[in-house]
Design a protein around this ligand. Sequence first.
Ligand code: F3S
Length: 398
Amino acid sequence: MYLTKNEEKMLEGEEGYAVKKSMEILVALGNIYGAEKLIEVGSVQVAGVSYHNLGDAGLEFLNELAKDGKVKVLTTLNPAGMDLEDWRNLGIDPEFARKQNLVIEAFRKMGILISCTCTPYLIGNLPRYGEHVAWSESSAVTFANSVIGSKTNREGGPSALAAAFVGKTPCYGLHLDENRVPNTHVEVKAELSKFSDWGALGYCVGKQVQNKIPYITGIKDANVDELKTFCASVVTFGSKPLFYMEGITPASEKYQPPEEKIVLEDRDIQEAYEAINDEAEDIDFVCIGCPHASIKEIAKIADMLKDKKISPNTEFWVATSRSMKHLADKRGYTEAIEKAGGKFACDTCMAVAPLKGRFRTVATTSAKGCYYSRHNKMLTKMGSLEECIDAAVKGKWS
Ligand code: F3S
């Protein structure tokens, strides 16, 4: 890979340890994937924030980099393993909290915005159409590529961090237009009548197209919340963090539907629910906000919980960013949700918090949330917001 004089100096260590290490990572990646050069990125999203996933080895790695590492571009963080302020209320172990705080301190030293959300595009890290960025967190990467129309590979935590210290990333994969051409057509004939149908649709598309880039037709309308849950699901059950949706995503006008075609009907959506949902009746955990809840979703939850009480046998979480919670505080939504017995889980989520062994069955609106909850050994139920609220109130899935 070609390096400018300045990049060579960074690789030799002229700007210190963190930049040298970062250049080593970027050059190795560039050589593996045949990149010709490095390109500037407008922003970075760093995943790998929860101490639950990092452990002591990860914390040590971050502390080394934090000694002299400072990010060169706007850099935001994925969810951590706990609510950074109200972790006790979520039943987090004090020793875990101590370690998680050390992780956050290391990121803070690096100049990273402690945003702790997988929806950076809702809180100010919003790239331009066509802009190169280096994001990790698969749902956000898919949203950036498809819904916003910016360009990013699906970075890992270390490669995203390396891009942040250098301000650049190797130009390969989805940074190149020739690798962004759709190569399979998905016609949706199914009716999407409730919010969780978008997660079910993501399951169907992801499973069927796997590593191809789908051009999706047949969908008349989609709002941001529906698109963000679809993004999370399609990349969890498939692997390519890019799709086009005719008339909805911005770059869809550049292409025609490819020849190869898959048709999805109501029975496919039904089968997705059957695959995602387990046999279970008692619900001891309900979590809404995967990806992190928007203010519109929080408003809806607050409204639906009016005059209701969460079952004493069920824990109810709204996972969201701290910024969104601040808005919710001002508009009275927090008070309404807490009055009903719900809790806010800011800065964290159902997948990265240390939940293994705490709950038996989760109900959620999110297909991705179900996928990761099974990793946490929970039984799963996916349904509409109405069904999840009903389950939280009754402690049962009806
Ligand atoms: Fe976000 Fe966690 Fe879901 S990172 S997409 S809330 S699994």
